[in-house]
Design a protein around this ligand. Structure first.
Ligand code: NAP
Length: 310
């Protein structure tokens, strides 16, 4: 497992990262629920390595169940095992409050659930839920994150979200050392291209989440129509079937091509794969190592740009 430095943070991170949203059980998002025993056995396997980067959030699962279950396993292990990096995110409360005061509370909750005094990497999560002006205003979430960093409670700041142009504005502030983008640099959608360029120029690390576009590029368009947490539009289904056929011609699993499309991109430091079963750790490593002939990359054009997420 290749270990890389996460931009200017100096933090060491494996090129793969385990995403824990689905294992917090979010049936409305993923289309299935995950019971706690399965989630715990998955996390116990995750913390045996060799993938040593784990992604969570204050709001994954009911009442932060993703963080809470990670905290359970970390307590069993006596703390974060050597070489592991656990990143989390700040979120609004159930009323939608995303003020600076709420950010302090979000971090307090995350520290308690995870059992960690200091959080090495915390992202502002889905800032599309407020305007950029409110996000960066005095008393707003960015100011609160900077204060928590100055107080030593947070090591490094990141921003994690969807809309590419909004993430580019946050990168421009110079406050964030890591950007997590999702579903926008996949075999089907390349909207994140300008963000990757900005981050490379600014020395900001990019973490690319959801290389399977939330499921379709792992399970296959013949098995699921689940794309970006919803039923896929027809152009996406057509493109996914075309890409799957190209993979089959070369004897490559669609999931291997989807994962390696992100892993082979030099502007991306780490790729976040969401899993809910222990055996997925080995499977993910096998997918990352599956041989792929160079010609396949010429044959996997994305979906038409009008259906990209942007
Ligand atoms: N705004 C944000 O910050 C943001 C947004 C999106 C994602 N993320 C992070 O990125 C992570 C990954 O995103 P994601 O989970 O939404 O999407 P994803 O990684 O593209 O896809 C996850 C789906 O792929 C399936 N899968 C994974 N490996 C598989 C395999 N070998 N065979 C068959 N199916 C496989 C999982 O199924 P199983 O359940 O069967 O394992 C799950 O349904 C999240 O968990 C989260 O940590 C962050």
């Amino acid at each position: 497992m290749e270990i890389r430095t996460l931009g200017r943070t100096g933090l060491q991170a494996t090129e793969l990262c385990i995403g824990t949203s689905a294992l917090g059980s979010m049936p409305q998002t993923y289309g299935y629920s995950v019971d706690e025993d399965q989630a715990l056995s998955t996390l116990r396997r995750v913390f045996q390595g060799p993938v040593r980067f784990v992604d969570t959030s204050n709001e994954y699962g009911r009442d932060g169940s993703s963080e809470r279950l990670i905290g359970t396993v970390l307590r069993e292990l006596g703390g974060v095992p050597d070489g592991f990096l656990v990143a989390t995110k700040v979120d609004p409360d159930s009323t939608g409050d995303f003020s600076g005061r709420r950010v302090h509370a979000s971090v307090r909750e995350s520290r308690e659930r995870l059992g960690l005094d200091r959080l090495p990497l915390v992202y502002l999560h889905d800032p599309e839920r407020l305007s950029f002006e409110d996000g960066t205003a005095p008393g707003g979430p960015v100011e609160a994150l900077r204060q928590l960093q100055a107080d030593g409670v947070i090591g490094h700041l990141g921003v994690a979200g969807g809309p590419v142009d909004l993430l580019r504005r946050y990168v421009d502030t110079g406050v964030f050392e890591v950007v997590l983008s999702h579903n926008r640099y996949t075999l089907l959608d390349r909207s994140a291209e300008p963000l990757l360029d900005d981050c490379a120029a600014a020395g900001v690390a990019v973490v690319n989440a959801a290389p399977f576009a939330s499921g379709m590029l792992a399970k296959g368009p013949d098995t699921t129509d689940r794309y970006f947490y919803n039923p896929a539009p027809p152009q996406i289904m057509d493109a996914a079937k075309r890409i799957q056929a190209a993979c089959e011609r070369h004897g490559v699993p669609l999931a291997a091509a989807a994962l390696q499309f992100s892993l082979r991109e030099p502007r991306i430091t780490s790729t976040v794969v969401g899993i809910t079963r222990p055996e997925r750790v080995e499977q993910t490593i096998e997918l990352a190592e599956h041989p792929i002939p160079a010609e396949l990359w010429q044959e996997v054009a994305p979906a038409p740009e009008e259906v990209w997420l942007s």
